[in-house]
Design a protein around this ligand. Structure first.
Ligand code: ZN
Length: 430
């Protein structure tokens, strides 16, 4: 009997090993700490930032997030491929972006599967993702980079994030979420950096066959939830069981559960440390269940994620990233998907220069074209940090004043156009 039980347990173990989700984030973070002990402190500081913000009601200031402001995250997808099947179509990439926006908005079609007792905790995080429209040099981009590699498969050790190691270097991680898509070693489906890690390896790596919902995706990880889960880590979320038996994820409204779940349990799924008869929240994106089984983040998880964008916190710089708006790119047509990595847009040197003052400004801002030989009509546009146009006017003389007393405090982009010439400058409204 004992032998039989042993075999049964072994069989169960093999079954679990084959069927469960494989997220490399926890191992990856531990390895980074063991190679650089100072990172432990950096991670602790990030955690402190998150906790402070989620538990204290810190007063909001202009460049802090307002309570339900939509936070836009420009994404750059680095497709690093050796074989054609890894070089995913733009449609497959876009299908992943749609999943992210649905899941983080709790507008996913399968939210109807959230049990009622948990649905009241489910949150629209008010975080949204776009493919970057502007690259770090201010040029237009599709947000998709295709890079051939001679490497067969990548492990969770960051080579894919480095051009010199056969991968592709990150874009500025203060303004972009870098996602690398590649063939991964073994069964690892993805991993993410966690807040506080080194900037040059900041971002998320996803195996090509679990990315998006169409094209080269494999069941049961064909609904784009691997990226939803890994980006959750990038935004400071922990596994829902806290990576320990009956551990904590630092979130108040996710019930304690004994360990991870896999496959798709039926509700209610009671574990040894379930606080009540509702059991484990196995449909949370931070568990290990199948893609079709997951459908929610909680309000508490939303607070943790948004805490990173608060004033002085690690992702605060994203509030000033305007890379979601193609009208803020200078020069050049939008590159086609296939040529984006190679395209080089010549920088047009505008035929005029401009002075904008005072800056910072409280009410009247003066825009002065400093080049006397330029007399054409120029258009002045002012955009907020979300890329929305909040002012448009024309100037035919040397100088023009714009009253922006009614603008909310914060950073704006002032853009002046004449024909194909365009200049942009940042202004701060106080
Ligand atoms: Zn994970």
């Amino acid at each position: 009997m004992k032998v039989f039980l042993g075999v049964l347990l072994l069989m169960q173990f093999i079954f679990v090993a084959q069927a469960q989700r494989v997220c490399g984030t926890t191992d990856y973070t531990q390895k980074l700490i063991s190679s650089d002990a100072s990172l432990k402190n950096a991670y602790a500081i990030a955690e402190e930032q998150i906790e402070k913000r989620t538990t204290n009601n810190i007063s909001l200031t202009a460049r802090d997030t307002s309570s339900d402001e939509i936070i836009y995250i420009p994404v750059v997808v680095h497709i690093v491929y050796k074989t054609a099947n890894v070089n995913l179509s733009a449609a497959q990439v876009l299908s992943q972006l749609k999943v992210l926006n649905d899941d983080y908005g709790y507008s996913n079609a399968d939210k109807i599967n959230t049990p009622a007792v948990f649905a009241k905790l489910a949150a629209d995080t008010r975080i949204r993702f776009c493919l970057a429209q502007v690259d770090p040099h201010g040029r237009r981009t599709t947000g998709i980079i295709r890079k051939y590699t001679s490497i067969d498969a990548f492990s969770a050790q960051d080579a894919v994030k480095s051009s010199s190691q056969g991968g592709d270097d990150a874009w500025d991680s203060k303004r972009y979420l870098n996602i690398w898509v590649c063939k991964m070693f073994g069964r690892t489906m993805g991993y993410s950096s966690v807040p506080g890690g080194p900037a040059e390896v900041d971002g998320v790596v996803i195996a090509y066959d679990v990315f998006g919902t169409e094209g080269n995706v494999r069941s049961p990880y064909n609904k784009g939830r691997t990226a939803t889960h890994e980006i959750g880590h990038w935004l400071g979320l922990k596994h829902i069981w806290g990576d320990a038996v009956c551990g904590t994820d630092g979130v108040d409204d996710t019930p304690t559960q004994q360990y991870y779940n896999y496959g798709c349990p039926s509700f209610p799924h009671i574990t040894n440390c379930s606080p009540d008869s509702n059991g484990a929240m196995f449909m949370n994106f931070m568990d290990f269940t199948d893609d079709a089984c997951m459908n929610m983040f909680t309000y508490g998880q939303k607070l943790r994620m948004r805490a990173l964008f608060a004033k002085n916190n690690l992702h605060n710089s994203f509030l000033g990233s305007f890379a979601c708006d193609s009208t803020l790119a200078q020069g050049g047509p939008i590159a086609t998907d296939d040529t984006v990595a190679a395209v080089v847009v010549p920088q047009v040197k505008p035929s005029f220069t401009v002075k904008v003052y005072p800056n910072p400004v409280q009410s009247m801002i003066t825009v002065e074209c400093a080049n006397a030989t330029s007399s054409g009509i120029k258009t002045i546009n002012i955009f907020n940090v979300l890329g929305r146009k909040v002012f448009s006017g024309q100037i035919s003389k040397q100088k023009m004043s714009v009253n922006i007393a009614d603008f909310t405090k914060g950073i704006y982009i002032l853009q002046i156009e004449e024909g194909t010439n365009r200049l942009s400058t940042k202004i701060i409204k106080e």
